[in-house]
Design a protein around this ligand. Structure first.
Ligand code: AMP
Ligand code: SF4
Length: 488
């Protein structure tokens, strides 16, 4: 099924992959404030834009803006929002242009009232559906694939929103943790592989939904459980109902959430992220020991793995690198040149810790190789005698089609270079990666599947969903399938 679609718009490509955070509240008097705090706890999942939509059962009030949650919302914006239920979203910029119109939750009017949608993930057939809808007369306002879901719901023959949502879910493919709100209902749904995290929490008599459990702790709520793959939850005046919109489920939680993306104080699938990272570090020490004086890690994502490596190897852990907290993640910079500048601004080596020492530098992953190269250089400039780089995941060789910006194949250093060549590129004295089996064992089992219930596709190309050939095209830029037969 090679591409060749006439209305394919290349300029849309990069904007539609979205790593994000979602937070929802059903039935609380302080809904807007709770969402505000919840989104702040999820800020690491997206810094480009933030938005909150609340409903008082009659109409929506909402506010969106570009930037961090604290930049977008002040007391006056929160005060303007009213109602006892709502949903919020933080959006991560990948390589595409950032625009306010793509800020979520998206809000639409349809024949039965208003609808707001917030998602985390990436639909693999969004472009295909969009092309077909446009040919049938739909006019899109954004470049976000979340809008596809809104159009599918709006054009459904069903008046009942739950049926209409189920119908839309039967068409969309890929990864999504989805929150949908109408004037009187809140609906949560997770894709049939459970690729992205989504949890249910409780605060007094209210229900909360969050991309990560760390946000429940922030607002003093308790975690009830994770949403199941293929599960849809409905909250309304009759209470809470759960059903599965598909029986064809196969758990494949994104392993990268444990490796890098999620916050260490979150639990995903009942497994704490910090402890999983510590075990990754321990396993790495067992698989790739090295004679050294000090272990250090790249803040913040590699600290847990470094502690694990230090504990297992007996080499003391030290704070060899310091991060300036007020600079956004390097990936947010659009060009390679800016990315490199970003890395320079972001990290400094502690000379007194590393000078004259043999340093083991732990990082969670190597994607483009920019970060490791720069850090090895920083450590050497600060006097490190040797720098041994140990990575707490296997080499990233394949692009992600499910919403994590692991980049296109040409940019992935491990796709083109051997480990020896990568070692030379980053200027390290030695370089080693954790094995796939070591990684899966360290994170822990979620199922009996060969990959233990995880998606590991960026490491081994075993994508848990169908990946259209056009997605694997030469450039890997085409992230959505274009099939010949109509799907609507
Ligand atoms: P690089 O090899 O320079 O592309 O960057 C790899 C570093 O970026 C690793 O240290 C990770 O901590 C971090 N990283 C890995 N994956 C992502 C991602 N999807 N978004 C942002 N940062 C990432
Ligand atoms: Fe996560 Fe990699 Fe799978 Fe993407 S391909 S969902 S980053 S494990």
């Amino acid at each position: 099924m090679e591409g060749g679609h006439s209305v394919f718009d290349e300029t849309l490509l990069d904007k539609m992959s979205e790593e994000c955070g979602v937070f929802g509240v059903y039935h609380h008097t302080e809904t807007p404030q709770l969402i505000y705090y919840g989104l702040q706890a999820l800020q690491h999942r997206g810094q480009e834009s933030a938005g909150i939509v609340s409903s008082n059962h009659e109409f929506f009030t909402y506010h969106h803006g570009m930037g961090l949650v604290t930049e977008v919302f002040h007391q006056q914006e929160i005060n303007r929002l009213n109602g006892m239920m709502g949903i919020g979203h933080v959006r991560y910029s990948t390589t595409g242009e950032s625009k306010l119109q793509n800020a979520q939750p998206l809000v639409f009017k349809y024949r039965n009232g208003e609808i707001a949608i917030a998602t985390n993930g990436n639909l693999t057939n969004a472009m295909q559906i969009r092309n077909q809808l446009e040919r049938q007369g739909s006019i899109f306002q954004t470049t976000s694939d979340t809008e596809v879901i809104a159009h599918l719901i709006a054009k459904s023959m069903y008046d009942d929103i739950e049926q209409a949502v189920k119908e839309a879910l039967s068409v969309i493919k890929g990864a999504y943790a989805l929150l949908i709100m109408t004037n009187d209902k809140l609906i949560a749904a997770l894709d049939s592989n459970g690729l992205r995290p989504l949890s249910l929490g409780k605060l007094e008599h209210s229900y909360l939904l969050s991309s990560e459990t760390c946000a429940f702790d922030t607002v003093g709520a308790t975690t009830i459980r994770d949403i199941e793959p293929g599960e849809m939850l409905v909250f309304d005046k009759d209470g809470i109902r759960s059903e599965h919109f598909t029986v064809q489920t196969r758990r494949a939680i994104c392993s990268f959430e444990y490796i890098y993306f999620a916050r260490p104080d979150s639990d995903i699938g009942g497994i704490n992220v910090h402890l999983a990272r510590k075990r990754l570090g321990k396993k790495l020490a067992e698989e790739h020991p090295v004679e050294a004086d000090v272990v250090t890690g790249v803040p913040d994502s590699s600290i847990s793995a470094s502690i694990g490596y230090a504990e297992a190897s007996g080499i003391p852990y030290e704070l060899g690198l310091i991060k300036n907290r007020y600079i956004a993640r390097t990936f947010i910079q659009p060009s390679q040149e800016l990315r490199e500048k970003g890395v320079k601004m972001k990290l400094s080596a502690v000379r007194k810790v590393v000078d004259g020492k043999r340093v083991v530098m732990i990082d969670d992953s190597i994607v483009r190789g920019t970060t490791s190269k720069r850090i090895v250089q920083l450590l050497k400039e600060a006097g490190a005698k040797e720098v041994h780089v140990r990575i707490s995941s296997p080499p990233v060789k394949n692009p992600c089609y499910y919403g994590i910006d692991t980049s296109s194949r040409e940019e992935l250093i491990a796709a083109a270079k051997t480990i020896e060549e990568m070692k030379d590129f980053i200027g390290a004295d030695s370089l080693a990666f954790l094995s796939m089996s070591g990684m899966l064992e360290a994170i822990g089992r979620q199922g009996d599947d060969v990959n233990h219930g995880y998606c590991v596709a960026c490491f081994n190309a075993e994508y848990p969903t169908e990946v259209y050939q056009s997605q694997q095209s030469k450039t890997d830029k085409v992230r959505w399938g274009i099939e010949d037969e109509p799907i609507l």
